[in-house]
Ligand binder design. Sequence first.
Ligand code: TNX
Length: 521
Amino acid sequence: MDVGNGVIGIRRILFSFCGLLLGLSAATHASATAPLIPAPTEIATSTGAFSLPKNQCVKADGQPDYVIHLIRERLGVQRLYRSGTCKSFVLQFAEDDLEEEGYHLTIANDGIVIRASSHSGFFYAAQTLGQLVTRLDRGGAVLPLVRISDSPRFAWRGVMLDVSRHFFGKETVLRLLDEMARYKLNVLHLHLTDDPGWRIEIPGYPRLTEIGARGDRSNPGGGEPQFYTAEDIQEIVAYAAARHIMIVPEIDMPGHSAAAARAYPEFFDGNRTFNPANEESYEFISAVFTEVARLFPGPYIHFGGDEVRYENWASMPDVVALQEREGLEDKAAIEGYFGRRVTDIILSLGKSPMAWDEQVSAGADRRTLIQWWRKYQPEVRDQAVRSGYDVILSPADQVYFDYPQGPGEPGAPWEGNDNGPTSIAKILAWQPVPDSYTAEEAVRVRGVEAALWTEFIRTDDYLEFMAFPRLLAFSEVAWGPAGPRDLEQFNLRLAPHLTGLRERGINARRDETDAFRYMTH
Ligand code: TNX
């Protein structure tokens, strides 16, 4: 049974077929009959289809509300029992000894069986099932006959959204979470603060939102404050949790902090960088992280630590005194001191620190999860891995979705956008873990994260245009197995997803002709 033959990303078929699926076709046909994104680890299809009538018994004992909702909505099932009184079931959830997030899904002539060991496994199986529906009408759902065995390559499949440069409200975040869940992405990193705006309320520091939250990159300091209330955050966190998505809050420091500096200049250097010698700076930071830790139940707090402009420190008497007292050699060492104070605060709150890769040379605590972004400095990634940090990979060239998608298309004009636009082809070609890594080094790579920086993105429409369908290609890298990926085969699978995104009101880019609507420079 050579179903894996010639199929990109499909490793091997583990299952022995029990005669249920006769007429097994080569899995290459899966692109036509099962346009799944991300592609599952293993899939075997057979000819024929299964109809799931609306009025049938579905046994879903123990499944949480959201999985029930998925099954109802995407499969049109009306009668659904958490503890069944029916004699037979057309869809069943069964416990199995699989790895966390993994699942087996069988659609045969006599019904559907989902096997998993955890809620997330059942959840991802339900997402896959939703993607398999070829027709949903008054009679119910029609699905292809398949056997799928699937589990993610990376535990961390992230998306970063910058809500400081331009603010995106709760509704936008919830819509993004829905799409992330559909494509099996499981971390939303919110870049909550930066120079243009501070976007979270902190008790005891009202000026952060009264002053720091005003304005954005298009309208510096102006307009009404734009930020998430504590209730907004609680709603976002709960919505994400139902979809197996963790929220990682980022409060960027000691640089990229002009918004906080406008509100509380006494903790800063006269410009946009914290004063590392002022004990009150750490009291402030402690209050901020205490509230962040309260609102975000996830284990991580990201403290930024990127692109620190510390020129002013040299002329500040208290910083010079600190440097002498602590025996700090240079400004990088002062940055390291600041980082250690901050990681101590985060650790004391029972959270794990996370930071951009500049913190490797600043000597961050080894418990800091490092996010590598400077793709022109692969040695920083390697140094991090070899010196015992866990890393998340976000190389600007492959996964910064503020960069253009095609030649001449709109996008951020920053350096880093080398080797052509950040196209689907470029994303699919990305092999996150270098071949040279040993097995121990490779496990340090906890995952990957795409970044939606918003200096030039002001509207939901444009945000969606930049994010979709690139996030779908990204999910192929984040979830799917290692190895070469076939662009043509991906594009075949992508076509119905583009239609679906558009039907859901998402302004996904279809081709280069769409880009002209957004020509801004
Ligand atoms: C670099 S990535 C930045 C961001 C910008 C982004 C634009 C990082 C840690 N810093 O502040 O928004 O490039 O592409």
